[in-house]
Design a protein. Structure first.
Length: 459
């Protein structure tokens, strides 16, 4: 017997799994199907068999060789301290343990020649799950929901071949509904959520659902096989938990003469208009968009109680925006993403040469180059002081015409008054040189009037 123990120890250390098909093990006399579980390889066990009731059940092993077959049993000591099972019946290659009564909830080692098969047999009747009630203990916590379970069903314990204690998963399911943000639907969507409980616990703590719901505890995977699964349902859970989803969309401008923002953040050249939007979960009652000059929001300079805000930024600087939502009594609060808006300092540059009427799309319109100009007024005059055009937006330009006709090449003059996002005031004046190339000569006049050589009138 000591030799057998030594050999079992060596086998356990080497983790020598049996090469014999486990289909060779079978049971008879059981009233319901046998549940088979394949545990982790680290346990050294090939299978765990869960029987509804081992009373009156026989266990059979069909050998694959003519080698001698010997049965052993072990418990918390591990397979190294296994004891031989007497009274095994033999019929050719089949051996049978006729009565499992004294060998339920134990490990079984079947030795065939130099190969060993290790299994554990559970008598589920000793661990039968019964569920009575599910009570919500606390629905006011912002992050978790606590449930009290009234029921019975002790842990289904077993031992590895080295004597390490393990617990077999019941895989009970706790289900409820909650809200998740759906990008596809652009809204909070109500979904079913399931938490797996491996054992029966008197208290279960789960993430707080974001909507009113009921909890249902179902169990277990063994009773499901035998069509005896049970479930209990709680009263309605009234949520206090909150969450928010926010977006910020900046209105785009496609002005070819405006210096663009290169930082990748919101903002750029003023004026900048951004629409801030929020979507809240069910329990959010108080809603507020906040703006601050610091990222910690230690000093709020603007607070707006609404879901959507359209904000135009005309001052240079860095601004921080976020949304805060809270429940009715303010005990639960959710803060959305922080948006950083950088408005650049102003800049204004004026070209002094352009070539209207020569090459379409290439330097044929006179425009300023600008950034963060929030007020703009520009007048263009000919050499006699006659006003040719007035511009009121920095994105506007002059195409070199007066009353629909190209003016004569030469020198013209501009006067600009503007204001930047940084408060800087611009008072600019200068000349504009119009050049006309010989390969596309100026064509003067038409059938309806005289020439317009420099923007003067024909009257």
């Amino acid at each position: 017997m000591q030799f057998m123990k030594t050999r079992l120890i060596i086998t356990a250390i080497l983790a020598c799994a049996a090469q014999l098909g486990l289909a060779q093990i079978s049971f008879s006399g059981n009233s319901k199907p046998v549940f088979e579980d394949t545990p982790s390889k680290s346990t050294g066990l090939q299978k765990i068999y869960v029987l509804y009731d081992t009373n009156g059940v026989s266990m059979h092993y069909e050998a694959s060789t003519d080698n001698k077959v010997t049965w052993y049993t072990y418990d918390e000591g591990g397979a190294a301290y296994a004891n031989e099972i007497p009274g095994i019946e033999r019929n050719g290659r089949e051996t049978t343990l006729k009565d499992m009564t004294n060998y339920a909830n134990k490990g079984i080692v079947i030795e065939e020649g130099i190969e060993n098969t290790y299994v554990w047999v559970v008598n589920y009747k000793d661990y039968y799950l019964r569920l009575h009630s599910l009570v919500i203990e606390d629905a006011t916590d912002c992050g978790t929901a606590t449930l009290n379970v009234n029921g019975t069903g002790k842990d289904i314990g077993y031992y590895t071949i080295t004597g390490a204690h393990q617990v077999l998963d019941r895989q009970m399911k706790l289900s409820c509904q909650t809200l998740v943000w759906s990008d596809a639907k652009d809204m909070w969507a109500q979904v079913d959520t399931v938490e797996i409980e491996n054992t029966l616990k008197s208290t279960i703590v789960v993430p707080a659902p974001l909507c009113n719901t009921t909890f249902t505890l179902w169990g277990d995977r063994f009773l499901q096989l035998w069509d005896e699964d049970v479930e209990i349902t709680s009263d309605t859970y009234m949520t206090s938990a909150v969450d928010v989803h926010t977006t910020a969309v900046q209105e785009e401008r496609d002005n070819d003469n405006e210096m663009k923002n290169e930082g990748g953040q919101f903002g750029g050249s003023a004026p900048v208009t951004i629409i801030f939007s929020s979507d809240c979960t069910d329990a959010v009652i108080h809603k507020e968009w906040q703006m601050s000059y610091d990222s910690e929001f230690s000093n709020l300079v603007l607070r707006l109680n609404q879901d959507e805000v359209e904000q135009t930024f005309e001052e240079a600087g860095t601004f921080y925006w976020r949304f805060v939502g809270s429940n009715e009594d303010g005990t639960c609060e959710a803060i959305g993403e922080t948006y950083t808006v950088n408005i650049g300092e102003s800049e204004l540059k004026c070209p002094n040469v352009f070539t209207p009427g020569t090459s379409e799309g290439a330097n044929d319109i006179w425009k300023v180059s600008y950034k963060s100009i929030v007020e703009f007024h520009c007048w263009i005059f000919n050499t006699w002081g006659n006003q040719i055009i007035e511009l009121t937006d920095p994105s506007q330009g002059w195409d070199g015409t007066y009353r629909g006709k190209l003016v004569k090449p030469g020198v013209y003059y501009y006067v600009i008054k503007a204001k930047g996002s940084d408060g800087k005031e611009y008072k600019l004046g200068g000349d504009i040189n119009i050049i006309r190339y010989k390969e596309n000569p100026y064509s003067s006049g038409d059938s309806d009037g005289g020439t317009v050589p420099d923007g003067g009138t024909t009257e």
